[in-house]
Design a protein around this ligand. Structure first.
Ligand code: PMP
Length: 312
């Protein structure tokens, strides 16, 4: 499937995929002191293009700032490095790109600051995340509300896309998978619906598109922001507000959004079928527009958000 695993960018050099290794006493491995991004590069009618590169790199820089990281590269240099990484692996496929900034090997102990901050960027072809085998196209995924609460702002900074946050996500995800579901939804410590283990959530009720606020603990997802922009552009009524667990059960439509997962319709939550269990009309509308934008098929948001790999 993937014959494009050639090079990984590490602190300024492109190294062979199999040689992109680090020391076992790397600080980030022991204390989860790393921040990362997930970016997609799509095939478009005009060639390969990275979606919202600038916004992803800015979020990486912001995440690093929250963790006192001294990132030695400018935003422009990091954007260039992503492009170089894709070009170094290019075989005409779409890419998922994973930049990570981490405190490296040096001094053990909880304080990360004595250690150098390193950056690596890997890119590979990653088929749709959350794809269900043999799933009927019209049938969404099945979710359960996890017993694990989403990290609280008083415990962890949730606006940093930090590896540490994903221990919480991993526990919820495993719980859901072991219980026979596809993905977990997490509530915050006030009992409000926040997000899935690696996706934001939207519901539709009586024609209104609703997603929880960032300030309640949801990641400021770039796909979430894109969906809100699509809603604005297409006059789809939308609102950012807290959602309760029972609102999920009686929603007309529910979908998840994320760079890895894309826009994923949900057909069932906690064993309640959502509406008639089929993909909803607003979900489909939003997803169609999203596909037009990322593949540069005639939506003017493409111009603003696509960075072409070969032409830059
Ligand atoms: N929430 C969490 C916890 C995530 O890990 C992700 C994936 N980055 C998202 C939401 C969706 O964010 P984005 O659309 O920027 O990928």
């Amino acid at each position: 499937m993937t014959n494009n695993r050639k090079k990984i960018w590490m602190d300024g050099s492109l190294v062979d995929w199999n040689k992109a290794t680090i020391h076992i006493l790397t600080h980030a491995l022991h204390y989860a002191t790393a921040v990362f991004e997930g970016i997609r590069c799509y095939k478009t009618v005009n060639g390969l293009a990275i979606f919202r590169l600038s916004d992803h790199i800015q979020r990486l820089i912001n995440s690093g700032k929250i963790y006192f990281m001294d990132i030695k590269y400018s935003k422009e240099e990091l954007e260039r490095a992503v492009i170089d990484t894709i070009n170094a692996n290019e075989v005409g496929e779409e890419f998922y790109v994973r930049p990570i900034a981490y405190y490296g090997y040096g001094k053990m102990g909880v304080n990360p600051l004595p250690n150098k901050v390193s950056i690596a960027i890997a890119a590979w072809t990653w088929d749709e995340y959350l794809k269900k085998e043999n799933q009927h196209k019209e049938k969404g995924i099945r979710l359960m509300v996890s017993a694990w609460m989403r990290i609280d702002g008083r415990t962890m900074p949730f606006l940093a896309k930090a590896t540490a946050n994903y221990a919480n996500s991993a526990l919820a995800r495993v719980e859901a998978i072991r219980a026979g579901f596809d993905e977990a939804i997490m509530l915050n410590t006030n009992g409000k619906v926040i997000e899935a283990s690696a996706e934001n959530i939207f519901i539709v009720k009586d024609g209104l598109l609703i997603t929880p606020p960032i300030t309640s603990g949801a990641l400021n997802g770039i796909t979430r922001d894109t969906v809100l922009a699509i809603a604005k552009e297409n006059n789809i009524p939308h609102e950012i507000r807290d959602i309760t667990r029972d609102e999920l059960y009686i929603a007309d439509e529910v979908f998840l959004t994320g760079t890895a997962a894309g826009i994923k319709p949900v057909s069932e939550i906690d064993n309640r079928i959502i509406a008639d269990g089929k993909d909803g009309s607003i979900t489909n509308r939003v997803r169609e527009k999203f596909e037009l934008i990322v593949h540069d098929r005639g939506n003017n948001l493409s111009k603003k958000w696509l960075t072409f790999v070969k032409n830059t």
